[in-house]
Design a protein around this ligand. Structure first.
Ligand SMILES: Cc1cc2nc3c(=O)[nH]c(=O)nc-3n(C[C@H](O)[C@H](O)[C@H](O)COP(=O)(O)O)c2cc1C
Length: 238
């Protein structure tokens, strides 16, 4: 329905678009609501180690068929104090934290350089769950990035050489042409080298909040806070 209506927008005047938004899209948005009633989360059922609890929920998300369950929103803050957020893919969890990969010249990387703290949000609507993780972020070792980079498909490796991520470019053509020239450049390479500007970060969790949707907007929220290397558990009001 929505996509059919949106297609119509292409042939509407500005006046029509304002009319359309006021009378259709916006009123429909405020009508959207869902009761959450699939699961509960209690102090008795939650595990004492939040990383293990994350793992349990992650595997439940996998089994529930959540598309891209490792996709999360990463919020960072720039030197100017302004936040920005984008979706990334989680590529590892270990005792040290949560690992993701990106371009070290990107906007997010510049922000992490200025303010090395971030917030991650996982949303698994099929299970009516959200997990928020906050903490300091540090680059992982070059060896670790190298190991992951070499595990990626060749096409993705070449992709890392093509894109000056977050930089303004004159047109899509530049990307297409660079892609062709990188395929040519590496055509005799058995392995594609790791670009020096590409690698991973690890977010070391200081806070992990598990959110379970409940009826009447009275959701369960359990917050783990790291204190002297121990996890303290508190319930938060929804
Ligand atoms: C589902 C999904 C997964 C993504 N995964 C990554 C990723 O793992 N690494 C990455 O650098 N960008 C990823 N992106 C693109 C980012 O959202 C973003 O556009 C890019 O990293 C540039 O962000 P920045 O300009 O804020 O640095 C993904 C986007 C989507 C929608």
């Amino acid at each position: 329905m929505m996509s059919k209506s949106l297609k119509k927008l292409n042939v509407l005047s500005n006046f029509d678009i304002v009319y359309y938004i006021n009378n259709n899209a916006m009123s429909n948005i405020s009508d959207l609501r869902q009761e959450y009633k699939k699961h509960i989360l209690s102090e008795a059922s939650v595990l004492t180690d939040p990383l293990t609890q994350f793992d349990v929920w992650f595997h439940e998300a996998l089994r529930a068929g959540v598309p891209e369950p490792n996709a999360f929103t990463l919020a960072t803050v720039g030197a100017n104090g302004r936040p920005s957020a984008r979706v990334l893919l989680l590529k590892g969890i270990d005792a040290g934290g949560f690992v993701f990969y990106t371009n070290y010249n990107s906007n997010k990387a510049q922000e992490l350089e200025s303010v090395p703290y971030a917030s991650m949000v996982f949303l698994w609507l099929e299970l009516e769950r959200q997990i928020r993780i906050n903490g300091p972020v540090a680059k992982i070792s070059r060896e670790e990035s190298e190991q992951y980079f070499q595990s990626r498909p060749r096409e993705s490796q070449i992709g890392a050489w093509v894109s000056p991520q977050s930089h303004k470019i004159p047109s899509r053509d530049l990307i297409e042409q660079t892609h062709v020239s990188m395929i040519e450049k590496f055509k005799t390479n058995e392995t594609i080298p790791l670009p020096e500007y590409w690698g991973g970060y690890r977010l070391i969790p200081e806070e992990i909040e598990f959110w379970q949707g409940r009826p009447n907007r009275l959701h369960d929220r359990l917050l783990f806070t790291c204190e002297n290397e121990n996890w303290r558990l508190d319930r938060l009001a929804p």
